[in-house]
Design a protein around this ligand. Structure first.
Ligand code: ADP
Ligand code: ADP
Length: 227
């Protein structure tokens, strides 16, 4: 679905240059969870921004379904982002004066999905009992469930998750990872950026990055199930 071919990203600030990514290659496939694992400063966010169409590589190519997107115009990249990509962040980004149900319904409506789907989404993330609560009445794990439901309202081909459990305890994190894993299907690839090596075995593919380079790629035919 996505091929990353020899991409590099150099940030230039006046006379100083930062080589955030150096000649990275990997593939993202539907029906798989790809984990991008690396320490702080290794280039994970830069990779995610390029995958999400928020940034372009300095050199190299990104293909989406065989189409070169890394040279697209801003408006074409925005269209790609709106149509193809769902985002889940570390800090949820919920609308605080809307209920759980309303947060999800707005996303479903913006994405042109029928309203019935809201119930399916709420059920999928296990928040039936919380649907009329406001974000400040929820636990961190519950807030992340809302954010995931909202991202899934788009039925995105690519679900990009940036440290989705960075603010959660380890047991809650495992549940959230399991939920994200259940979002992968024939049409949807899930990509999770994390520095948490402990959770990496839940992925179908683990891309290790270090100092802006891919140090290894592990294909994991028997991903860990957590409960
Ligand atoms: P990670 O997400 O793994 O923490 P990043 O992709 O944010 O890593 O950063 C990779 C490298 O690029 C780091 O050295 C970081 O300081 C640098 N970097 C990131 N964004 C910028 C920017 N806008 N300008 C300059 N350097 C940046
Ligand atoms: P809008 O349709 O409001 O103009 P944007 O084009 O800014 O939206 O964003 C499209 C999608 O990209 C949205 O789903 C948004 O959540 C996501 N997005 C925008 N900016 C960022 C960012 N800096 N990092 C991650 N995701 C972003």
């Amino acid at each position: 679905m996505i091929s990353i071919n020899h991409i590099s990203r150099i940030y230039e600030n006046g006379a100083s240059k930062t080589y955030a990514l150096r000649d990275i290659n990997f593939e993202i496939e539907p029906n798989k969870v790809t984990i991008i694992l690396g320490p702080s400063g290794s280039g994970k966010s830069t990779t995610l921004n390029i995958l999400g169409g928020m940034d372009r590589p300095t050199s190299g190519e990104v293909f989406y379904n065989q189409r070169l997107i890394s040279n697209d115009s801003d408006s074409a990249l925005t269209a790609y982002r709106r149509k193809i990509v769902g985002f889940v962040f570390q800090f949820y980004n919920l609308v605080s004066n809307l209920t759980v149900r309303e947060n999800i319904a707005i996303a479903a409506k913006l994405n042109g999905n029928r309203l019935l789907q809201v119930d399916e989404l709420i059920k999928k993330v296990g928040l039936e009992h919380r649907q009329n609560n406001f974000p400040d009445q929820l636990s961190g794990g519950e807030m992340q469930r809302v954010a995931i439901a909202r991202a899934l309202a788009k039925e995105p081909a690519l679900l990009l998750c940036d440290e989705p459990t960075g603010a959660l305890d380890s047991q809650t994190s495992q549940k959230i990872f399991q939920l994200l894993k259940s979002a992968r299907n024939k049409k949807t690839a899930v990509v999770i950026v994390t520095h948490d090596a402990e959770i990496a075995p839940i992925g179908d593919r683990i891309v290790h990055i270090k100092d802006g380079k891919v140090s290894k790629i592990i294909n994991n035919p028997h991903p860990l199930e957590v409960s």
